[in-house]
Each structure stands twice: as C-alpha cells, then as structure tokens.
Ligand binder design. Structure first.
Ligand code: SAM
Length: 245
C-alpha cells in the first residue's frame, strides 16, 4: 500500500516537473523554480534508499571496530531511583521538555536516524556527517547514542556530553556522562560549527534524559550536518576548528 502510494507520488511529481519545465513558465518565474526544486527534492526523497544508506554507515562502524547503538545504554548506578521530572532542568521549563517528548520520543525509541551518511573530510577533521536528502527545520537527525556512565570513567571527552541531572534521588551531587567513544551511532561523527544547522536537545523519555540532534533550519541534500560543542570544548584542545558555518 505504502509502496503504491510512493509510486503515485513520484509519478505525479515527475509529471508536474515536466509540465512546469515544458510550459516555459519556469524561465521567468522564480516561484515556479522553487516549486520545481521542491518537487525534485520530493522525488529524490521518495526514491532514496534509506535502508542502504544506514547499512553503509553501520558497515563503517564495523570496519572501525565500533559498536553501533540504536539507543543509549544506561550503565551508571548514580541515576538509580531518580525521577528526572522532579529534578532540574525539567522543573525550570517542563512545557518545553514535554513538547520535545511529544515530538521526538517515538522516533528516538525506534532508533530513527535521518537520511545522512558518513564521509571522510580530511586527516585533520576525520569524518563528518552529510545530508543525503533535504531535511526540514525541526526534523530529528537522531538520538546521540552512547553509554551513560560515571564521568570518572571517561578519560577522553572527545565524544561525550554531560548528562543533564546533577543530583541523585537523595539530592546528593552526581557526575554522569554520555560517552560514544567506543559505542554509538552517526551522531558521534557530527562536527562542530559556530553557527550550526542542528541543536543538541535533551528529551525526557521513560524517566531518563536522551540527547538528540534536531535541525534548526532547512538542510539541503549534500550539506554537512553540524552542531555546536560549546565554548569549553576547544579551550582544552590544541586544534583550531575549521569553519563549517
Ligand atoms: C565528536 S568528534 C567528531 C567526529 C570526528 N570528525 C571523527 O572523524 O571522529 C570530535 C572531533 O572531531 C574533530 N572536529 C570536529 N569539528 C571540527 C572542526 N570544526 N574543525 C576541526 N576538527 C573538528 C576534532 O578532532 C574533534 O575533537
């Protein structure tokens, strides 16, 4: 049923693109060109083999002896019994976090990742992540998967984010990290930009925080996906970041 619907949409898109071009209307109308570009994007998105793209990404993880994780794994005892909805940062802006949960939790639980691929950039930068199809503002790129562990066990913070909760169930201070150095998904390869096209957000799901990247603007096919690592990240490193804005 879905395949048939897809086929019909592709045929309609192709006919409309053909008609628009044949009529010559496109040559003098900017808005027509926009419509044609959108239809071409739609056709590209519909014919995209997302399963094959994902399989290629996973194969690179295997080559690099990294474990591919569809979802994060909680390994720390520090979060035992903690209800994050009784905790900061949830209490500061509960509506925002409930909206994130409503928007993204089903896709995160299903291990969804947008149509993106790993590409080698340079010896200095290593790999990066690129859009394989146009991505809309607000679209989930994917959960930043990894192991949620005691910060004390993370000796290389290159691939880690700080877990949002700062106190345990008894109110005592805790330090927890989300680390994807050895286990994770495509998000661990997203490079830094000062003006990134995605935001890192924290989504409350089943009493735990899940980190995710979400497009903060429309991202055309072929563009690199970027996120801000935050100011502190580069202070402790001897690299000058490339400008990917
Ligand atoms: C989370 S990893 C990103 C994936 C990395 N490119 C790789 O292939 O493993 C972070 C590291 O990537 C590199 N990196 C990320 N953004 C960069 C940028 N804008 N300029 C230069 N290097 C960058 C730095 O070495 C950084 O410590």
């Amino acid at each position: 049923m879905y395949k048939k619907f897809k086929k019909v949409l592709v045929i309609v898109a192709v006919i409309l693109v053909g008609l628009a071009s044949y009529s010559g209307y496109c040559s003098f109308s900017g808005s027509c060109l926009t419509v044609v570009a959108r239809l071409q994007n739609l056709r590209a998105n519909l014919t995209l083999d997302k399963t094959a793209i994902r399989a290629k990404n996973i194969a690179i993880f295997q080559e690099k002896k990294l474990k591919y994780l569809y979802n994060s794994i909680f390994e720390t005892q520090q979060l035992a019994g903690l209800d994050i909805k009784r905790d900061l940062p949830y209490l500061n802006v509960p509506k925002k976090y409930e909206w994130y949960a409503q928007q993204y939790s089903a896709q995160i639980k299903a291990g969804y990742v947008a149509p993106i691929s790993l590409r080698f950039i340079s010896d200095k930068v290593g790999y990066g992540i690129f859009a394989e199809a146009s991505i809309h503002e607000g679209d989930l790129i994917g959960e930043y998967t990894g192991i949620i562990k005691d910060k004390a066990f993370v000796n290389d913070t290159t691939f880690s984010w700080v877990y949002p909760s700062k106190k345990n169930k008894d109110g005592a201070p805790i330090e927890v990290s989300l680390d994807s150095k050895y286990e994770g998904n495509e998000m661990r390869y997203v490079n830094h930009a000062n003006k990134p096209n995605t935001d890192k957000i924290d989504v409350p799901i089943d009493g735990q925080w899940h980190a995710a990247y979400v497009a903060n603007q429309a991202i055309p096919a072929g563009k690199q996906i970027t996120v801000s690592y935050g100011k502190g990240y580069w202070d402790t490193r001897k690299i000058n970041p490339e400008n990917f804005d």
